[in-house]
Design a protein around this ligand. Structure first.
Ligand SMILES: Cc1ncc(COP(=O)(O)O)c(C=O)c1O
Length: 480
């Protein structure tokens, strides 16, 4: 295990020599008062090289998209162009304060306004709010907008949200937090929403259907327009989870299908270093129906100046302190502008890479939806290795020894021993070929030396952890 700086500490060591004091010395105790001084403040006593080596070592312990292939399905861990970082680090953006007067932050407001307009255009929406901090918060906002719409129309029967069984866990969680009853709709044999089950469950109580497209199996929901029509007929709305928008961007616009509300995951589709809890941004695009309920403030342009508009009598209010995650907006704007009119290439290459890799992996694992074309990701099943006592978890752990991040495991829940693979559009053919070779080697090992997989990983600083316990009882502090 890596040592903490406190464990490296030795009395008398120091990492910094301060210059001679050239002003009159004063006693801190006299200035701030004795009771405010923390006498027991224990700082580690370490030399400068020890500190540099410590943090450099730590930075190399984790997996990152900058060092390794990271095919984590649904999470879209793609390369983040450095130009985004340069833009987001400009002092004109980093050194402003959210309470500054609009007149003094025209550049930030212009950037926000531009991004909002691009998202409207790319999604086909009447309006966009940039406020939510992440996809899941965008979902919650979308559902609050749907609730506000039905309330406003005096329709108090609408208490149910339909969600397919392939959905990401945040979907039912958001619906429940927004006060809705969740009713699960089955997927059919081809991995799409089961039409009969959907129609059976679509009644007067349904406030909305919440569906991901392409769905979490990486399969395109071809009847999305029919879904919108059927829903609108009973005054229900269509929520589309836009986490997989990188498969559509520049090629298709959910607003054109009749989608009423969708969250964008800026940190996936439009790049931003994410994972491990952030940072993110989940703007929400809406159709005309939901426009009146959007959160305040909204960034507007009056032809001469940009300003924050706080006027909206029917607004659901605010979902975040201040206005949103500006740093992620700026990265997304830089990304959109870099591609310009060629942004459809993101979708084309994401799909091409996924289809190529799926073909390369043919025969190694079970493919529960073989024959159904995939979009930007695909889900395989490691059930074929069960006879050797090997599970998807063992395959994933062994991948770490080869220097690649494992795919998402055990999700979607409807595929047993799931391995959900999303190569993303930024990977080369060579990387995909190498990954396929690694998978072939691991499957061979499963047959000839399954124990090697069961004991994996062998080369990482931490071996197998008790994952459930680490989640439920994380020990996040060090006893000094
Ligand atoms: C399909 C889908 N929906 C929603 C989310 C939630 O997004 P976020 O992690 O930004 O809250 C994710 C994230 O993994 C996702 O994959």
């Amino acid at each position: 295990m890596e040592k903490l700086l406190f464990e490296l500490s030795r009395e008398g060591k120091r990492g910094l020599d301060l210059p001679e004091c050239d002003v009159e010395e004063v006693s801190l105790e006299e200035v701030v008062g004795r009771e405010y001084l923390r006498r027991e403040l224990k700082l580690p006593r370490v030399s400068q090289p020890e500190v540099v080596r410590h943090f450099t070592r730590l930075s190399q312990l984790n997996f990152s998209i900058d060092t390794n292939f990271y095919p984590l399905g649904s999470c879209t861990m793609k390369y983040n162009p450095r130009v985004n970082e340069a833009v987001a680090s400009l002092p004109g953006f980093t050194e402003v304060h959210p309470l500054q007067d609009d007149e003094t932050v025209q550049g930030v407001l212009e950037a926000a306004y531009l991004l909002k307009e691009y998202l409207k255009e790319l999604g086909g929406f009447a309006e966009v709010s940039l406020q939510p901090a992440a996809g899941a918060q965008g979902e919650l906002l979308g559902l609050l907008l749907i609730a506000a719409y039905h309330r406003d129309r005096g329709n108090d029967k609408k208490d149910t949200v339909l969600i397919p069984d392939s959905a990401h866990g945040t979907n039912p969680a958001s619906a429940a937090i927004a006060g809705f009853r969740v009713l699960t709709v089955k997927s059919d044999a081809g991995g799409e929403l089961d039409w009969e089950d959907f129609k059976k469950k679509l009644d007067d109580r349904v406030a909305a259907l919440m569906i991901t497209n392409p769905n979490t199996l990486g399969i395109f929901e071809r009847r999305i327009k029919e879904m919108a029509d059927a829903l609108h007929e009973v005054d229900a709305l269509l929520y589309m989870d836009g986490a997989n928008f990188n498969a559509l961007v520049g090629r298709m616009r959910p607003g054109d299908w009749g989608v009423d509300v969708m969250h964008f995951n800026l940190h996936k589709t439009f790049s931003t270093p994410h994972g491990g809890g952030g940072p993110g941004s989940g703007p929400v695009g809406v159709s005309e129906r939901l426009k009146p309920y959007l959160p305040v403030p909204q960034v507007e342009f009056d032809g001469e100046r940009y300003y924050l508009n706080w006027e909206n009598p029917k607004s659901v209010g605010k979902v975040l302190t201040f206005y949103g995650h500006v740093g992620v907006w700026l990265r997304a704007l830089a990304y959109v502008l870099t591609y310009g009119k060629e942004i459809f290439k993101v979708a084309d290459h994401a799909i091409l890479n996924a289809r190529y890799l799926r073909k390369k992996l043919e025969g190694l694992f079970n493919d529960p939806y073989a024959g159904v074309p995939c979009m930007h990701e695909f889900v395989l099943s490691a059930t074929n290795l069960k006879k050797y006592g090997v599970r998807a978890l063992d395959v994933a752990k062994r991948m770490l020894d080869f220097g690649v991040h494992p795919p998402t495991m055990y999700f979607p829940l409807i595929v047993p021993e799931a391995l959900m693979i999303e190569p993303t559009e930024t990977e080369s053919k060579e990387t995909l070929d190498r990954f396929a070779q690694i998978c072939a080697k691991i499957v061979e090992e499963a047959k000839t030396d399954p124990q090697k997989l069961k004991n994996a990983p062998h080369t990482t600083p931490v071996r197998r952890i008790k994952e459930a316990e680490a989640n439920r009882r994380p020990i996040l502090k060090f006893p000094l």
